[in-house]
Design a protein. Sequence first.
Length: 61
Amino acid sequence: MTDFIRAERLLPDAEIDRIEADAPTSLKLFQDAAAEIPLPERPHLADWIESFQQQMEITPC
């Protein structure tokens, strides 16, 4: 995905480099937190995405 973002010049190279460096750690932390929620109680994927989008709207990059 970052190759596409870089090729299309959708973000500055420094931001793409940061995403590449931080994503594995961030993903692991997310997965660990999600694993704490019993499967029947976990939000539907669409709810996770909506929550993520809302957070992006209120948190400046």
